[in-house]
Design a protein around this ligand. Structure first.
Ligand code: ZN
Length: 158
């Protein structure tokens, strides 16, 4: 019975990931973007361009375009829903929670991570972790650019 429940849970997660992959949220360029951050994960070939607008400490708009595997796209889509309209401090806190979740696949997932809970199992597959964290690293780069007052940044995961 225990085994069966776990399987059903995984199925639910798989559907959630697939939904975000097929219908990614905020998957459009912005009319005007103050900051553009690009991220590339050569291990998998995931490529994203993230467009961002800020009002001081607040991320007011996010648009993510690019292509990649289901994990990278779902992670970016889920993240975009969570971070738009939040302050930078809150985004950094969520980023830490998300990264911790991936390193602790058995730990309880903080409720404020929302749909991202579905990606917890990715932490068990080292090569896929970069797919899941690419959008987050790219957003962190974008925030750093905003704080420096620069516009464009490009990252390539090592
Ligand atoms: Zn990937």
């Amino acid at each position: 019975m225990q085994q069966r429940q776990e399987l059903e849970l995984d199925e639910l997660y798989r559907e959630l990931i697939l939904d975000h992959y097929k219908n990614p949220r905020h998957h459009h360029p912005l009319a005007h973007a103050a900051v553009v951050a690009e991220g590339y994960n050569p291990v998998c070939g995931d490529e994203i361009e993230m467009q961002l607008n800020f009002d001081g400490e607040k991320l007011t708009e996010i648009g993510i375009i690019g292509r990649g595997c289901s994990i990278s796209r779902a992670s970016g889509s889920m993240m975009s829903e969570l971070v738009e309209g939040r302050n930078i401090d809150e985004i950094r806190h969520l980023t830490q929670e998300f990264q911790h979740m991936l390193t602790a696949p058995e730990a309880e997932v903080p409720a404020d991570l929302g749909d991202l809970e579905a990606l917890q199992g990715v932490g068990k597959f080292a090569v896929r972790v970069k797919c899941a964290t690419l959008a987050w690293h790219t957003l962190a780069d974008g925030i750093a650019q905003h704080e420096k007052g620069d516009g464009i940044v490009r990252r390539e995961e090592a």
